[in-house]
Design a protein around this ligand. Structure first.
Ligand code: FES
Length: 153
């Protein structure tokens, strides 16, 4: 965790301490703050709310929104659902991988991007589509991907 402080983890636990069953809320807030559930935070949560660390990990691994590995500053989702696939989604995904150097589910070494392949982003008519931090980019061509990701450097 380098020199990152766990002060925020303590503050988040304090906020939910009174609330029974607050584990998921604590984990969500810690994830929002650090972009992943770092082992030191999992241990601190386990100690402070007095539940086994295995339970912390069980809950953390159940929810797709929670990551147990470091995530990038920006989350790139590339749609490879049927509609986007037939419109050239694979070319978009390939270009994202070329630029970032990572494949589906991975994070760049500089922790700038996490790349995920998804099955539908709910706006098939705009395919092929990708999102960066929830911002939609539709009717993409591979050449346009460079321009989009450049905005997040
Ligand atoms: S298949 Fe890509 S948005 Fe639906």
């Amino acid at each position: 965790m380098d020199s990152m402080s766990l002060d925020r983890v303590n503050e988040i636990i304090d906020k939910y301490m009174e609330d029974q069953g607050a584990l998921i809320q604590i984990l969500l807030d810690v994830h929002q703050e650090y972009k992943w559930i770092l082992p030191e935070a999992a241990k601190l949560i386990s100690d402070r709310i007095d539940i086994p660390i295995t339970q912390v990990y069980r809950v953390a691994s159940f929810y797709k929104a929670l990551s147990l590995t470091p995530r990038g500053k920006h989350l790139v989702k590339v749609c490879l659902g049927t509609a986007c696939h037939v419109r050239g989604g694979v070319g978009v995904m390939d270009r994202v991988s070329q630029i970032t150097g990572v494949e589906d589910g991975d994070t760049t070494k500089d922790r700038r991007f996490t790349v995920e392949r998804v099955n539908c982003l709910g706006c098939c008519a705009l395919g092929p589509i990708m999102t960066v931090d929830g911002e939609y980019y539709g009717k993409l061509i591979p050449e346009k991907v460079d321009e989009v990701l450049e905005n997040y450097r």
